[in-house]
Design a protein around this ligand. Sequence first.
Ligand code: UDP
Length: 330
Amino acid sequence: MILITGGLGYIGSHVNKLLSSLGYSTLVLDNLVSGSMAACKWGDFVECDLEDKDKLKEIFETYDISAVMHFAAFTEVADSVKHPSKYMKNNYENTVNLLNVMHEFNVNKFIFSSTAAVYGTPLSIPIKESHPLNPINPYGESKVRVEEELSKRSHEYGLRYVSLRYFNAAGDDVDKEIGEEHDPETHLIPLILDAAIGKRDCIIFGDDYPTPDGTCIRDYVHVEDLAQAHLLAYEYLKDGGCSDVFNLGHGTGFSVKQVIMECMKVTGIKFEVEIGERRVGDPSILVADSTKIKEKLGWMPVNSSLTNIVNTAWRWHLKLNFKNHHYFKD
Ligand code: UDP
């Protein structure tokens, strides 16, 4: 069975759904700090914090685990700047605990949720995997530390891993069964959709960047395409593939203003847009070169058009905010 840590979170739950729908047996591990039991719909579930080594060992003793997909982590850049040690502890040290227990139980296939934040401010666009790693915040730093640990262990005792460096994960489950639900929410698309339903103001964090319309450009990739990449990575390792690192992005950049325009188009709602201060630590442009995973694993981001991302996000957003409305009642 495949162990999915953080399997009740945004990306982990989409991966769990995909694997389960294809007949893979999954075990979801989550400490319920940010994961939601509402996403506990497939596979087996254990509540566990990766800090708890004894509990981890018990889990590996109880279940027949053949591979691990590791999503459990803190993911907020701004929070990491305020609380760096929290990120080192949870994202790096707890991953070491997990890797140690895997080693003890001879589980040697590992798929890791990494991030474009490992690159820091890009020297060239689109960003290839060979771009230097120069994180500019503790979140990115914690992920680099794990990647270094993985590389070391793959040489030391044959751990085989795939590290997937996500660009901007976005969009939601097409069936609206699960979706993005952060508290507090910090991501652009759900925040814009909140503005569309009048829940908060829409604020652009700076319009004086060196981009055509002055707002930051990002590479949005649909969470279902990310899920597909995990499946391909698992099959690759199962077939004997060597450890490797891949970018996961659509390869197209959209500015904050373009994303807002798309949200207005999809929702049919016009709302006020304010220009605010720049957010600390935001590079002006992040766009992936994902050629490597396309060529090596045959991945294609088929769900990642901006329209599909916003469409699925909007459908989920309506359900999340108006679940008591008769339209959403089962
Ligand atoms: N952003 C914005 N207003 C918001 C939230 C985000 O202008 O209310 C911008 C943010 O500065 C960044 C882009 O939208 O340039 C994407 O931000 P997000 O937090 O979604 O992802 P990140 O790129 O930080 O991982």
